[in-house]
Design a protein. Structure first.
Length: 393
């Protein structure tokens, strides 16, 4: 067995783990990232890319935002529509000039990889059979298999950034860990196409047939979604059917302007809400999808991971630079306060815009009433805008 040491072992080489690694490295804190998949696999995952200003600021701090500022698009609003009744939510006006930046998560991950390479960061891909040990001691360790050999990585802390299906969360004892979840009875069918976006800003649309979203990755790359049954298969949705369904769910003006084309990626994603409490135990700290999942309606998944990394990086830097454990002790409570607020917003958006199988006529009238109130109340619009652009860290 090969034995090595580091200060922080980071489990997971997605954006959460890479961003934490970069921030720690900039503060001269040694760390190693262990990722089960290959780099190509990680970079092939298509994810949303609506970034709150807090995440953009954190990327500035990590010195990985040059391409984001050059290629990302700042949006100062979005459109909410019930059939042809549309309302623009003006983020800038309602929040004192704030907005969001549209920049693909894949590109963000690529930037982080390049930054870690430039700094000589240690990332071990295809690290299999990862096991966390002695988390309740002063020197935990991580064992893993790589290139046919078994390795042990001794460390002072472990950051579990390995996603919902990773090993880290299960290392918190059952007697301590509490999990809260809701699985929604539908999915999102997403299509990526090399076509110009139908609008300058995102369009969220609710109809009696279900939800739809018009999004984008760039001026030439569009991402569209329609709500669909969970048991649907991709083969049920040839491109022609998808485009016709999308046109029927978005406002008529957008449907007329829609440019269609061959899909270059197509997938069905389930929707769930999930939170694990606490987000830390002894020398283990969870971040991102390892600790919480939100439905994508509010664009909070990546942004919540970023706020976790903000709190965790500062706590670790304070520990190694100043010898204080105050931030580490407060990490879980501080992160969870923001997690639950984002969960509430994502839950509210999901319930406002989707058609549920159990909905009665009364439920549909309540959705419409909620939209009517939103349209008539600047206070309600300000609350939506405040949550969408991101609550403060």
């Amino acid at each position: 067995m090969t034995i090595s040491e580091t200060q922080v072992a980071i489990i997971g080489g997605g954006p959460s783990g890479l961003l934490l690694s970069q921030l720690l490295h900039l503060n001269e804190i040694d760390n190693v990232v262990l990722e089960q998949r290959t780099r190509d696999y990680v970079l092939s995952r298509i994810r949303a890319g609506v970034l709150e200003q807090g995440l953009v600021d954190l990327l500035d701090e990590a010195n990985v935002s040059q391409r984001l500022h050059a290629e990302g698009e700042v949006h100062s609003g979005c459109e909410i529509a019930f059939n042809d009744d549309a309302l623009r939510i003006d983020f800038a006006e309602l929040t004192g000039g704030k907005g969001v930046t549209v920049y693909g998560q894949t590109e963000l991950t690529r930037d982080l990889y390049e930054a870690r390479d430039e700094m000589g960061g240690t990332i071990v891909h295809e690290a299999n059979n990862v096991q966390l040990q002695d988390l309740d001691s002063d020197q935990p360790s991580v064992t893993y298999e790589h290139s046919g050999a078994t390795h042990q990585l001794k460390c002072q802390f472990v950051a579990g950034c390995d996603g919902f299906h990773g090993v880290s969360r299960s290392c918190i004892p059952n007697s301590v860990r509490r999990e809260y979840s809701r699985v929604y009875p539908f999915g999102w069918l997403g299509v990526l196409s090399q076509t110009p976006p139908v609008a300058e800003e995102l369009i969220y649309a609710a109809t009696s047939s279900g939800f739809a979203l018009c999004s984008l990755r760039s001026r030439t790359l569009s991402r569209y979604y329609v709500q669909c049954p969970l048991d649907d298969d991709i083969s049920d949705w040839p491109d022609d059917r998808f485009w016709e369904e999308l046109k029927s769910r978005i406002p008529a003006a957008a449907a007329r302007a829609l440019v269609t084309g061959a899909s270059i990626e197509k997938s069905i994603a389930p929707l769930r809400s999930f939170v694990c409490e606490p987000m830390s135990w002894k020398r283990l700290f969870l971040a991102g999808d390892a600790a919480h999942i939100v439905p994508p309606t509010g664009a909070k998944g990546l942004n919540l991971a970023a706020s976790d990394i903000y709190y965790l990086s500062r706590a670790l830097i304070d520990y190694f630079n100043n010898g204080t454990e105050t931030g580490l002790g407060a990490y879980s409570d501080k992160a969870l306060d923001r997690v639950w607020m984002a969960e509430r917003f994502s839950w509210w958006m999901t319930n406002l815009l989707h058609r549920f199988p159990e909905h009665s006529g009364f439920d549909e009238k309540m959705q419409r009433g909620e939209f009517t109130y939103l349209k008539s109340s600047q206070t309600a619009q300000a609350a939506l805008a405040e949550n969408y652009v991101g609550l403060p860290y």
